[in-house]
Design a protein around this ligand. Structure first.
Ligand code: NAD
Length: 361
């Protein structure tokens, strides 16, 4: 072992498995709570109401206004609801948008936070909170943001539509793939990353064939937990930076933007991060960018930014924005390099395979 590193584990309690949704009351007690405000999006309000009914007196109320990108005005209303309900903890039932609201509340009032995760975005195990105010999204990291406990019940993901499952799963893979070459990566996060990518690589085609495949749904949640753990442990680079820039500038759908850009960012960094990416590339026959592209295509995921409504004339401005503030990345991030990457992602072309010296495994 020649690597030098710092490894810091995070205290998250995880209850995993089909049927574990029936233990929400136990998990509220485990985080020291007695009455929970339940959060959801408007779309999942019925699920949140059913959970509240099951919890009886342990439910202080339901706040079902969570929205993408955690707008601070919604958080302000949720804080008022929390105070008025007499809650002493939060249960977020949903994906990254609902979890973002739970984190925004907990970061402000230190409430204990249990997540019942229903997508593969991975936010439930990270210390990262992105919030929007006046159209500007800002992101912060703080250990207090990380939820205390998570329930992963594959039964709750059976209704996640295939297209969302695929995009969300590719979003999770992006955390792990980029975590492999993070400036602060370590052998433990790299092990977790490769296992997470492998779990999603086998789960997503199975879900595509049969969305009711409970074992595959379990694999996907397992993979998303692992990939989220990597996101919560190390610093991200070009891929996440680009998704953040495009998402913020053009209000693009989060998971789909990750899904489209991932093959291209991996191809961009393939040579510079050859050793770090090798175990993930091995899962895709030695070509991570091309392999991820083929996977996305075979699962019907979007592969071109133009299909999300991005105009080719936007690309130069986006490249300017993406190189404005420097950040760590294995390969130098130049305006021309980013523009070429964005052109390929816009058109949806398959990224070029790495040369022979790069495919040696
Ligand atoms: P989401 O939470 O926005 O959910 C999308 C829609 O799907 C919502 O209407 C939701 O109610 C619905 N849905 C969720 N689970 C469902 C299920 N099982 N069945 C049917 N419908 C379901 O989507 P997401 O991709 O999980 O989250 C995206 C957001 O999360 C973005 O704002 C992104 O920035 C954030 N995020 C944050 C982190 C972090 O660490 N801070 C990590 C990943 C994503």
């Amino acid at each position: 072992m020649e690597q030098t590193f710092i490894y810091q584990s995070a205290p998250v309690r995880v209850r995993f498995g089909a049927g574990s949704q029936r233990h929400v009351a136990d998990e509220i007690a485990a985080i020291g709570g007695t009455r929970a405000l339940i959060l959801s999006t408007p779309f999942q309000k019925d699920d949140a109401d059913r959970l509240a009914a099951r919890l009886g007196p342990m439910a202080a109320g339901v706040f079902a206004e969570a929205r993408m990108h955690t707008p601070v005005d919604v958080t302000a209303r949720a804080l008022t609801a929390y105070d008025q309900s007499g809650a002493d903890c939060i249960v977020s039932l949903g994906g990254g948008s609902t979890i973002g609201l739970g984190k925004a509340i907990a970061w402000r009032n230190d409430a204990a936070h249990l997540v019942v995760a229903t997508t593969y975005a991975g936010s439930e195990v990270t210390d990262i909170l992105g919030e929007t105010e006046g159209g500007v999204k800002s992101t912060r990291r703080d250990p207090r943001i990380r939820p205390e406990a998570v329930i992963y019940d594959p039964e709750l993901t059976l209704g996640l539509p295939v297209a969302m499952s695929v995009a969300s799963g590719l979003n999770a893979m992006a955390h792990a793939a980029e975590g492999l070459y993070a400036a602060d990566a370590n052998p433990v996060t790299s092990l977790i990353a490769v296992e997470g990518i492998a779990a999603l690589q086998r789960a997503l085609p199975a879900i595509y064939r049969d969305p009711a495949d409970l074992a595959a749904r379990g694999d996907a949640l397992y993979g998303s937990w692992l990939c989220g753990t990597v996101l919560g442990a190390v610093a991200m680079a070009l891929h996440h930076k680009l998704c953040h820039t495009l998402g913020g500038a053009l209000d693009l759908p989060h998971a789909e933007t990750h899904a489209i850009l991932l093959p291209h960012t991996m191809a961009f960094n393939a040579a510079a991060a050859h050793s770090a990416l090798r175990p993930a590339a091995a899962l895709f026959g030695g070509d991570l960018g091309g392999g991820l592209y083929d996977l996305a295509l075979s699962l019907g995921a979007p592969t071109a930014l133009k299909d999300l409504g991005v105009s080719q004339s936007d690309l130069a401005r986006l490249a300017d924005l993406a190189v404005k503030n420097p950040y760590a990345n294995p390969r130098d991030v130049t305006r021309d390099g980013v523009l070429a990457l964005l052109q390929a992602a816009w058109a949806g072309t398959r990224p070029a395979s790495p040369g022979p010296e790069r495919t040696r495994l």
